[in-house]
Design a protein. Structure first.
Length: 133
């Protein structure tokens, strides 16, 4: 077997022509970040996709009269997703009083967190639910 030398594409003269100084860890990190960082449109599409899935989760839960949803997806060397939900529980008539039905918020939070983590590896979801009386 013979050893074939690999050509040195990154010699000093070719780097100078490209306007690149010496290759160091910082240059490599910046290059990787620029390749892996999502565009605005990609973040918007991801936000819309997550919103649709969160709407499906909430719509299938019991005892919810109405709700509002605010989702944001950001990227800063990793994805973060913030989800704020305001839920108005259904009411039921008791003896002379209206009672709000119980909404299992922790179950909903866990279900949304699981869905977000399944869709984006390494994401840090933050889901908050407020019950509106």
């Amino acid at each position: 077997s013979s050893i074939v030398p690999i050509p040195n594409f990154f010699n000093n003269s070719s780097l100078d022509k490209l306007g690149i100084g010496t290759i160091d860890d910082n240059l490599i990190d910046n290059l990787i970040d620029s390749i892996t960082e999502p565009t605005y449109d990609e973040l918007l599409n991801l936000k819309n996709e997550l919103e649709d899935k969160i709407h499906e989760i909430i719509k299938n839960e019991e005892n919810i009269s109405s709700y509002s949803l605010d989702v944001s997806v950001e990227y800063d060397k990793g994805y973060t997703c913030k989800c704020n939900i305001e839920i108005v529980p259904e009411k039921t008539m008791g003896f002379k009083w209206l009672f709000r039905k119980n909404v299992n918020t922790q179950y909903i939070i866990d279900k949304i967190n699981r869905m977000i983590r399944e869709n984006i590896l390494g994401i840090e979801p933050e889901v908050n639910i407020t019950i509106i009386k």
